[in-house]
Design a protein around this ligand. Structure first.
Ligand code: SF4
Length: 356
């Protein structure tokens, strides 16, 4: 295998290009599935180097001299595998369950919690046994009916950025369209939604775009689609009849945050087509980090401007068995109240699902 060092994330002057990995690994079992074979055809048609691996959980020989180089390379490495664990994690507060179709992401958001949750495995894994995953989802829906069961497809990844390779979201959307008691939702920072626009969805899938103040996007979200691209995609999604939403996350306290978040809501109001504002939801998540995340982020993005001063924060027990650091109560209240007011000023009919 060559020892090429990873390319830096694609520049975006001409629009953010869909993700093309530098290197692909296949689990042999993945090639027993139609989807695995199709991805192999795509990989060879793109002349991407590939190798076989015994397990998508053990990729150890990535090129790169330093840990940072290896990390960058991992973010450009795709692993095609079979999802063995079909027990779904919970996904509060946005849904009942996380539906696993991919793990890892090519984006370089400094604050991303995958930095810690994926530990030493930051490469991008996609799963080809979608039918088995759907079967498992059916089981969960059955168990809870007549309650509605919501599945979040973006807990461990940004699947829209991988859709041109896997078509996994398309499969889930089409399945959920016929499920009276099932709903799908996912969030994205990518604008590559065209494959989803013609699908039958019956309004059972809510697509949300992650948006933020300019300062946050410019400083902390390299290798994702630009704000304007995300909003244009949101317009297309609304036009295709999908329920639409926005997640403002992470909400960051910085000098000038009021102007930044006021401008964000103003820009949304100015650019969203009328039809996109009818059934709109907002979710708000303040910035948080753990001590482990802070150490990892400082190693991987040593020049980051992300403020992670434990002294300035409030400790909160996290469900992953570690304390997390959120903003102090007065700051939380100020952020929540200010942004909530801006949301209702521009979108009086919107629903705010939660602030956390
Ligand atoms: S796009 Fe989402 S999943 Fe990907 S790195 Fe950024 S925050 Fe993480």
């Amino acid at each position: 295998m060559s020892t090429t060092v990873a390319r830096p994330p694609a520049r975006k002057a001409k629009g953010t290009k869909p993700f093309i990995p530098d290197l692909v690994y296949f689990e042999p079992g993945a090639l027993e599935y139609e989807k695995g074979k199709r991805i192999m055809e795509w990989v060879t048609s793109q002349n991407i180097p590939y190798q076989m691996t015994t397990s998508h959980n053990r990729i150890t020989n990535l090129p790169g001299e330093t840990e940072q180089e290896k990390y960058r390379m991992a973010k450009r490495t795709l692993v095609v595998g079979v999802r063995k664990t079909l027990k779904f994690d919970q996904s509060k507060p946005s849904a009942e369950y996380a539906i696993p179709i991919s793990t890892g992401c090519m984006g370089h958001c400094h604050y991303c919690y995958l930095q810690t949750t994926l530990g030493a495995k930051p490469y991008v894994r996609v799963y080809v046994n979608t039918e088995e995953i759907i079967e498992a989802a059916k089981g969960y829906i059955e168990e809870r009916k007549p309650e509605i069961t919501r599945f979040e497809a973006a807990c461990t990844s940004d699947p829209v950025g991988l859709e041109h390779i896997t078509e996994n979201l398309s499969d889930l959307i089409k399945f959920m369209a016929d499920e009276e008691y099932g709903r799908l939702r996912f969030v994205t920072k990518y604008h590559h939604v065209d494959p989803l626009l013609k699908l039958k969805h019956n309004g059972h899938t809510r697509i949300r775009f992650s948006v933020n103040a300019d300062y946050v996007i410019k400083n902390f979200e390299p290798a994702t689609s630009r704000f304007e691209e995300r909003i244009e995609a949101a317009g297309k999604i609304a036009h295709a009849g999908y329920p639409l939403g926005f997640i403002i996350a992470p909400i960051i306290w910085y000098d000038g945050w009021q102007e930044g978040y006021a401008e964000l809501l103003q820009k949304l109001a100015d650019t969203l087509p009328e039809e996109a504002t009818k059934d709109l939801t907002f979710e708000m998540i303040q910035h948080r980090f753990t001590k482990t995340a802070k150490a990892t982020i400082e190693k991987r993005y040593p020049k980051t401007k992300l403020e992670m001063d434990i002294e300035k924060r409030k400790m909160k027990w996290g469900r992953w068995g570690q304390y997390k650091y959120v903003y102090k109560d007065d700051q939380q209240d100020a952020l929540r109240e200010f942004i909530t007011e801006r949301i209702f000023e521009h979108f009086p009919l919107a629903n705010i699902d939660y602030f956390t």
